[in-house]
Design a protein around this ligand. Structure first.
Ligand SMILES: [Zn+2]
Ligand SMILES: [Zn+2]
Ligand SMILES: [Zn+2]
Ligand SMILES: [Zn+2]
Ligand SMILES: [Zn+2]
Ligand SMILES: [Zn+2]
Ligand SMILES: [Zn+2]
Length: 508
């Protein structure tokens, strides 16, 4: 697609675009049975009804397009089975054409609008004064398309579902979009987020005013400078609401940093997201005057000096609003994303600048279990998790939050629910991985974790806490796997001398 203003076709496309039509192709080749029959200079579409409109543009400088060219358009429309067309000339149009247009409307049901220089100028003026609604009505009523209806929620849902290409939006000056509606870079497994459930690119107008004030007070007698003040910088005004944006507002800081990167005639097309452009609604002159008044008022100088008669006097100098020089004034659009991801049961909203991706609001930034920075999303419950609260399945390496991970009670190895080992401690039911589920109770053969077993002091085999047999020897409790092991120990103990008894007590 050529740039607006570059060609006559481009101008017509731009007018149609202002009317809310989507420019599908420019030009569009008309093929019939594999052969190229000709072309339409622009192929536009009415998004409300999906109606296609074929456009023929004649930029003939002095010559007047007539019947032959009109017939060619009719032919092209018929090949493509289109019922709506526009025949535009940068100059005049042959007198015979209005009746021909009437004729094809009656005989063939073709709606063709004729646009000559005067009509195009009229439409261009409407476009310049941003009367897009009127341009839309102009075309829709003449083409016999249903007057544009207000979008319904159903339309929005349809637009969000289709990852198709939507309307193109242009801004005279706009900070460019470097970051799109992608999943955030700080999430290592961001692919599980998929595409945004809802994504809107907001283009907000801001007026950036560059000012400079310098005043000085000099001694009335000697003319020497007593004091001077310089106040310069930029003021950012929300051009939609007419409010000065506070200096510590992230929007103000962002604009201050990047407004010089704004690009002229920036255009961006909807692709799987919607664009919402807000129009400025302020009185620029009034705003500037108000700022000059304010800046002048806050820069009063009070200086004292000594007269020739050795008297102390004070001078108060108040700058005039006109002393505040306006060095530049730019209406700039700032792109901000408002996106929502939906993954499983969870929904996350993020609002961030299109230029540097820095966020204004982010529901993903903090770990769901603490206040640390998120590094990943749990692949099972989709909660955000930080470095400390994220784990990986030993088998498949999927990332899991600490809540979703199945953790071996003895060695702390993690598993996902698919690869969770099926062995549990017979006493506490905690999961034990393959490496840690090798010990079972001699008495009941049940696998037990390290907290729920003891070693028999007599035979060295393990016993679960349910089958343990204990006896105290000189206040020290001894554990046995069975009564028979206890009896063996007991007999040996009793028959030992003092030193042998002591050895048995300290035995582990
Ligand atoms: Zn955490
Ligand atoms: Zn796994
Ligand atoms: Zn989880
Ligand atoms: Zn283990
Ligand atoms: Zn246990
Ligand atoms: Zn047991
Ligand atoms: Zn034993």
């Amino acid at each position: 697609m050529s740039k607006p203003g570059e060609s006559f076709e481009g101008q017509i496309a731009l007018i149609l675009h202002s009317a809310g039509f989507v420019i599908k192709e420019q030009p569009h080749n008309v093929m019939y049975q594999g052969k190229m029959m000709g072309d339409l200079d622009v192929l536009a579409q009415d998004p409300a009804s999906d109606t296609l409109i074929g456009v023929s543009c004649k930029d003939w400088h002095g010559q007047t397009p007539g019947s032959e060219q009109f017939s060619h358009l009719v032919e092209m429309l018929e090949f493509e089975n289109l019922k709506h067309g526009i025949f535009a000339s940068s100059g005049s149009i042959a007198d015979t054409l209005p009746s021909r247009a009437e004729h094809v409307r009656e005989k063939k049901g073709l709606n063709i609008i004729l646009l000559d220089y005067d009509e195009i100028e009229k439409l261009k003026n409407l476009a310049y004064s941003q009367k897009n609604w009127e341009i839309e009505d102009y075309f829709k009523s003449r083409l016999g398309l249903t007057a544009s209806k207000r979008p319904t929620i159903g339309d929005n849902i349809k637009a969000q579902k289709s990852v198709g290409i939507g309307k193109t939006v242009e801004c005279d000056k706009m900070i460019p979009v470097n970051y799109h509606n992608e999943s955030p870079e700080y999430i290592v497994n961001r692919d599980i987020l998929g595409t945004t459930h809802h994504a809107e690119l907001k283009l907000g107008p801001y007026l950036v005013i560059n000012y400079n004030l310098h005043i000085s007070v000099s001694h009335p007698g000697t003319g020497e400078t007593l004091d001077d003040i310089t106040d310069n910088g930029i003021v950012v005004v929300d051009a939609q609401h007419g409010k000065v944006v506070a200096e510590n507002d992230p929007i103000c800081r962002h604009i201050e940093k990047y407004y010089t990167n704004a690009e002229i005639h920036y255009s961006i097309q909807e692709k799987g997201f919607t664009i919402k452009k807000f129009e400025p609604g302020i009185n620029e002159r009034g705003i500037v005057q108000h700022l000059q008044d304010q800046i002048a008022a806050r820069n009063e100088i009070r200086a004292s000096y000594t007269t020739a008669k050795n008297e102390r006097k004070q001078i108060i100098k108040r700058p005039r609003p006109d002393d505040v020089r306006i060095l530049g004034k730019h209406l700039i659009y700032v792109p901000t994303w408002d996106v929502t991801f939906r993954v499983g049961e969870k929904s996350y909203r993020r609002v961030y600048f299109g230029y540097d991706g820095s966020s204004l609001y982010d529901e993903m930034i903090k770990c769901s279990l603490c206040k640390n920075h998120t590094i990943a999303l749990c692949s099972e419950c989709h909660a955000t998790c930080c470095d400390k609260h994220s784990r990986a399945c030993k088998t498949c390496e999927k990332i899991l939050c600490e809540k979703s991970a199945k953790i071996c009670i003895d060695c702390m190895t993690s598993f996902c629910s698919e690869h969770e080992p099926k062995t549990n401690c017979g006493i506490c039911r905690a999961m034990l991985c393959g490496n840690c589920s090798t010990v079972s109770c001699k008495g009941c053969q049940t696998v037990v974790c390290s907290s729920h077993r003891q070693k028999c002091i007599e035979c060295n085999s393990y016993v679960c806490t349910a089958h343990i047999v204990s006896k105290k020897y000189a206040l020290v409790s001894k554990n046995f796997c069975s009564q028979s092991c206890l009896n063996n120990f007991d007999e040996n103990y009793k028959s030992s001398g003092m030193f042998g008894k002591f050895k048995k007590i300290i035995k582990k």
